[in-house]
Design a protein around this ligand. Structure first.
Ligand code: ZN
Length: 247
């Protein structure tokens, strides 16, 4: 009997850590990902109320996390680690240059369940380029994406949200979805602190009531603040929705 009780205790002790690790990973305290909006690959469209209609199906109180300009060493891994700790899924709009330079990080993001779109090759002000140069930038970026993932990117975000007629036409023709935003935290200023970014996010959420959030994983203050920013979303009661592409 003693042995049985003892082995039961051992079994209990063995099981406990596993259960608590699971709870810490994806329990009710984590932000989590409440649902996925699956868009058809090749359906095109343009979303985000700063420039376009809202993402179809996205409700008030729901947010979609998007990160631009990566992937880059050190910073993108910090963002990916923080997302993993909160069981949060996001969409990364990656530049072709960084896809070529840091393909391992792009693959890691996708392997961890995030979706990936493109964000130009080298982040130019596209409107200052000739139409031919704009189209070349898109072709180079899609080629970089295809080398890594075997397919072209289903979605595109314009650098600086500066849309051009030539690229809008090309993306519409290729049925690539254009992703604008609903709210942002202007996270590109080097002196920003975590408290400042958290305050900006809180106010932007209050104002917009949810939507597609723009952040920058390649921005050091954002990578520093990301765990706190995810807690802000959770504590304010917003629900995270993941966008991905099927087919
Ligand atoms: Zn950008």
């Amino acid at each position: 009997m003693k042995w049985l009780a003892f082995s039961g205790l051992i079994l209990g002790l063995l099981c406990l850590p596993a259960a608590s690790v699971l709870a810490a990973d994806c329990g009710p305290d984590a932000l989590g990902t409440t649902r996925t909006i699956s868009l058809k690959r090749g359906a095109g469209g343009a979303f985000g109320t700063v420039q376009h209609p809202a993402l179809p199906g996205l409700q008030k109180g729901e947010v979609v996390l998007t990160f631009d300009d990566g992937p880059v060493p050190v910073l993108t891994p910090r963002v990916l680690d923080a997302l993993k700790a909160e069981c949060a899924k996001a969409t990364f709009f990656m530049t072709g240059g960084n896809l070529d330079a840091h393909g391992d990080l792009a693959r890691r993001a996708v392997a961890e369940g995030h979706s990936a779109g493109i964000h130009s090759y080298s982040h130019p002000h596209l409107g200052t380029l000739s139409e031919a140069a704009q189209l070349d930038d898109l072709a180079r970026t899609q080629a970089a994406y295809k080398r890594l993932f075997g397919v072209t990117a289903p979605s595109y975000r314009f650098p600086f949200l500066e849309e051009t007629p030539a690229l809008m036409a090309a993306l519409a023709k290729d049925k690539v979805a254009v992703f604008s935003i609903d709210l942002a935290i202007t996270d590109w200023q080097p002196a920003d602190t975590t408290a400042m970014l958290a305050d900006r996010l809180s106010k932007a959420l209050d104002e917009a009531g949810g939507g597609i959030i723009l952040m920058h994983d390649a921005n050091p203050p954002t990578a520093e603040a990301i765990a706190t920013l995810l807690r802000v979303i959770k504590q304010k009661g917003y629900r995270l929705v993941h966008v991905d592409w099927e087919g």
